[in-house]
Design a protein around this ligand. Structure first.
Ligand code: HEC
Length: 123
C-alpha cells in the first residue's frame, strides 16, 4: 500500500524530465538558427548603388535631396579630399554632434557602401 502512489509520481516526474529535455533541445535549435541569421552577410552587390539606396532613404531628410546641405546639416556631396573613407565610416557609425549614429541599424558592409557612394559623388 505504501509503495503504490509512488508509481504515478515517478511517471509524472519522468514525463517532466522528458519535456524539459525536449524543450531545451528545441530552444538550442532555435538559438542556432537565430545566430545563423545574424551572421548572414548583407548582399551588397554594387556598393555605390547600394549606398545610394541607403543615403536616399536615411540621409536626405537632414542633408537635402541633392546632399548639398541644409541649415541644420552640412553638405555631404563633395567629401572627396575633405574626409577619408574611414572618417566617413566612423562618423556614420558613431554619429557626430547632431548627426545620429547609424551603427545600430546598418551593417558595417552597408556603411562601407555609403562611404563609397558619397566619395563617388565628388569625382
Ligand atoms: C537627423 C539629421 C541627420 C541625418 C538623418 C543624417 N545626418 Fe549626417 N550630419 C548631420 C549633422 C547635424 C551633421 C554635422 C555634425 C557635426 O559635425 O556637428 C552631419 C554630418 C555628417 C557628415 C560629416 C560632414 C562633414 O563635412 O564633416 C557626414 C559624412 C554625414 N553627416 C553623413 C550622413 C549619412 C551618410 C547619413 C545617412 C546614413 C546621414 N549623415 C544622416 C545630420 C544628419
Amino acid at each position: 500500500m505504501k509503495g503504490r502512489p509512488l508509481i504515478p509520481f515517478a511517471f509524472i516526474a519522468l514525463l517532466g524530465i522528458v519535456l524539459i529535455v525536449a524543450m531545451s533541445a528545441i530552444g538550442v535549435d532555435q538559438r542556432a538558427s537565430m545566430d545563423e541569421e545574424e551572421e548572414e552577410p548583407v548582399d551588397i552587390g554594387d556598393p555605390v548603388e547600394y549606398g545610394q539606396g541607403i543615403v536616399e532613404s536615411s540621409c536626405i531628410t537632414c542633408h537635402a535631396n541633392d546632399l548639398g546641405g541644409t541649415a541644420s546639416a552640412p553638405a555631404i556631396n563633395n567629401l572627396e579630399g575633405q574626409l577619408s573613407h574611414d572618417e566617413i565610416v566612423d562618423i556614420v557609425t558613431n554619429g557626430q554632434g547632431n548627426m545620429p549614429a547609424f551603427g545600430g541599424q546598418l551593417q558595417p558592409e552597408e556603411i562601407d557602401a555609403v562611404a563609397e557612394y558619397l566619395l563617388s559623388m565628388s569625382e
